[in-house]
Ligand binder design. Structure first.
Ligand code: HEM
Length: 442
């Protein structure tokens, strides 16, 4: 009962279909976590207000200017202006239980051809193989955001933010285009090299589930041995790809990278992305007909081994909003807390000094925003830094408005970080061929 009250105070009861599922998972949490949630009860002022269609209510964000348009009206992103006037924002899609791809002939599986891009993200690869985004793997901010709402039931806010991060990580802000794999001439380089989603360091991080750390080679390709190691953790947890299984898998893979990768980077981006990709599996790859049950092999296997949908698969019946994502990544982190920091050589881990386990969800949200607004542009090329007003206009108009309810101090984040202008490469993808039963068809 105590936990139910706490979760209700977190605003979860209104936002998700089944708080009991979360309660069950909360059984994993220790005393420190419960203490943190107690703190939240007292800090209940930042609960998001949602209208019946699941969109954020209109709100203002103090200190935020929108020099190039964007912003939210009735929870929907508005058009951009000036240099960003060709950028098309995502639009809200309909939700509810639905067979995907069902009998829709337009969305049947077609294996990627020689000129088609595939990369780090199994979900985007699957969407491209089924034509929910462009089959050539060159997508846009709006196309990918709309597709992950339609197919996986991501909430509008979650979808818009995630695809915006994909765009700023490796795409072209002026056209909104990005490659879901490596660099591609079909994506313009208006603001410097568009290196694609596979580019290491912004969105692609160490400690992926089935991809190796960049230090060990191509960071975009699927590795059967990593998949097998995951299956062992799943087998030890009732054969389900549950939060409990990923609590163990994440810690195991973190410990392994920290011990063997001399440049292992477990910084703030790692915190958000490494936890996020694991959460996505048990929140949005599950079969919507059993939304309260973690997915099993028959459900998750086809996404990873063949980049296609399982037979008779339904998307989740309710949207997965950004507020739930924040709670879920924190909860997964707290199941097996590890130090944030970087290896500067083996046996020389330099802690970051940031401890997510003592943060409230509002602070976690601002920590995420800080990373998007500050650190990501810091990895851009010099050309982007010189055009920073465009980047800032996009971030202010497309991403920051979704954080309105978290009281983040935006003044801290509105200049490029100290590392800005360093050319970040590391796009070593040789993506493209179809994958069948976990083996690339070269
Ligand atoms: C526009 C939307 C998306 C973008 C920009 C995106 C981006 C990425 C990136 C950059 C990675 C690599 C992270 C790393 O280095 O560990 C990744 C991995 C992953 N993504 Fe996505 N993603 C998107 C949508 C989704 C969706 C909708 C799902 C689930 C339904 C998903 C599930 C995953 C999973 C499970 C991985 C880990 C793959 C592995 O390690 O084998 N993603 N994504």
């Amino acid at each position: 009962m105590k936990l139910l009250t706490i979760l209700a105070n977190l605003g979860l009861a209104a936002a998700v279909a089944c708080p009991h599922r979360k309660l069950k998972e909360a059984g994993l949490l220790n005393e420190a976590v419960l203490a943190k949630y107690e703190e939240l009860k007292r800090d209940g002022g930042h609960i998001e207000q949602r209208s019946s269609n699941g969109l954020l209510s209109p709100s203002t964000l103090s200190g935020l200017s929108l020099p190039l348009g964007g912003g939210l009206v009735n929870g929907v992103l508005q058009p951009f202006t000036g240099r960003l006037s060709f950028l098309v924002p995502p639009t809200p899609q309909s939700f509810g239980l639905k067979a995907i791809p069902g009998t829709d002939i337009n969305h049947r599986y077609i294996a990627p051809g020689a000129n088609d891009r595939r990369g780090v993200c199994v979900a985007l690869n699957t969407l491209a193989n089924h034509g929910y985004i462009s089959r050539n793997g060159i997508t846009t901010w709006a196309e990918a955001a709309n597709a992950i709402q339609t197919v996986f039931g991501f909430g509008y806010d979650m979808a818009a933010i995630l695809s915006a991060v994909g765009l700023i990580a490796g795409g072209d802000l002026i056209t909104g285009k990005y490659s879901i794999g490596g660099a591609d001439s079909r994506v313009p380089d208006n603001l410097g090299p568009s290196l694609g989603l596979d580019k290491h360091g912004v969105c692609e991080v160490d400690n992926s589930i089935t991809r190796v750390d960049t230090y060990f080679g191509n960071q975009a390709n699927f590795h059967l041995d990593r998949w097998q190691a995951l299956l062992n953790d799943v087998a030890a947890h009732g054969n389900l790809f549950s939060q409990a299984a990923f609590t163990v898998e994440k810690k195991r893979s973190y410990d392994d990278s920290r011990a063997t990768n001399p440049v292992f980077d477990a910084g703030p981006k790692w915190f958000v992305i490494a936890h996020g990709e694991r959460v996505f599996i048990y929140r949005t790859m599950l079969n919507g007909t059993s939304p309260d049950t973690a997915p099993d092999f028959g459900n998750v296997g086809p996404f990873f081994l063949n980049e296609t949908f399982p037979h008779n698969w339904f998307r989740r019946p309710t949207p997965f909003p950004f507020a739930d994502f924040l709670v879920d990544i924190t909860s997964l982190y707290l199941g097996s807390p590890v130090e944030l920091g970087v290896n500067e050589g083996l046996d020389n881990f330099v802690p970051l000094g940031t401890d997510p386990s003592v943060m409230t969800p509002s602070q976690i949200a601002c920590f995420v925003l800080e990373n998007i607004l500050d650190e990501a542009p810091g990895s851009f090329s010099r050309v982007v830094v010189d055009n920073y007003d465009i980047v800032q206009g996009f971030l202010n108009g497309a991403v920051a408005p979704f954080f309105a309810n978290y009281n983040c101090d935006l003044q801290n984040y509105t200049v490029p970080s100290a590392s800005a202008g360093e050319e970040t490469t590391g796009s070593s993808s040789d993506d493209g061929p179809a994958i069948v039963n976990g083996v690339y068809q070269r």
